[in-house]
Each structure stands twice: as structure tokens, then as C-alpha cells.
Design a protein. Sequence first.
Length: 142
Amino acid sequence: MTTLTIELPESLIQQLQTSHISKQQLRVAVADFIQTYIRRYQAQPQASTNASYPPNVAELDKLEDQDLWHIVHTAMDQADLVTMETLSTKQDETNLTSAEEIQAQELLDHYDNAVLIRAKAMALLKKRGHDLSSLQQSQFTQ
């Protein structure tokens, strides 16, 4: 096993301490996150934010209800949301590198698109007679 030292924003350190996350729990979470991230980006090209799934807004009406429900519940990957939040926190505390700025903008564009697609999927489900009252705003990630 190799040791890797990473710098985390102070606000994230405080959240970890407040949540009583142990070093072992953090090691496991980071290792899991990295494995998921690598699998995702090795399986797909870097331009995965423009991949055909979820489909574009114009194609949503062709999907079956179960596919729309899947989009509603998994509109954006958790790893992308964590990365976006980390970059946002870092930007608040210091300056981002140019590569980080590009990544942050790509993730923000992907997020905007995911919100639009999720909203359209929800509208289609409602139009098709489904009850959406059980949905909460927090149910946006995998």
C-alpha cells in the first residue's frame, strides 16, 4: 500500500470532524471514490458529460416511464457532485488552477443539463399521471 497526502479545504475538514468520520472511514471512502471515478472515466471518454445517456431533452418523451423514473433518481453522478462541491469550496478559499476552472465549468454545465433533463422527466411523468409528491429535492443523485 502507498501513502498519499492530499490537501482538503478547511471547511471539509470541519465537516469531517463534526460528523466524527474516522481516518479509517475516510480512507475507505476516498479509495471507493477513486475506484468509482477511475472506472467511470476509463469506461467513457472524457467528454462523458455529453454522452447519450441521459438522453437530450427532445428525446425524453420517447422513453418509457421506468426509464424516466431512473433519470429522476439518478440525474447526476455522486462523484461529479462531490468533485463540483470540492472545487467550489476550494474556489471560495483560494484560487483554482486553470485545469480546475475548466473542470468546474464542465461539471457546472453537466449539472445544468442534468437539472433540465430531470425536470423534463418529472414533467412527463406527471403528465402521464404519476404521483410525484414523494420526491424530495435531495433525491437527485445516485
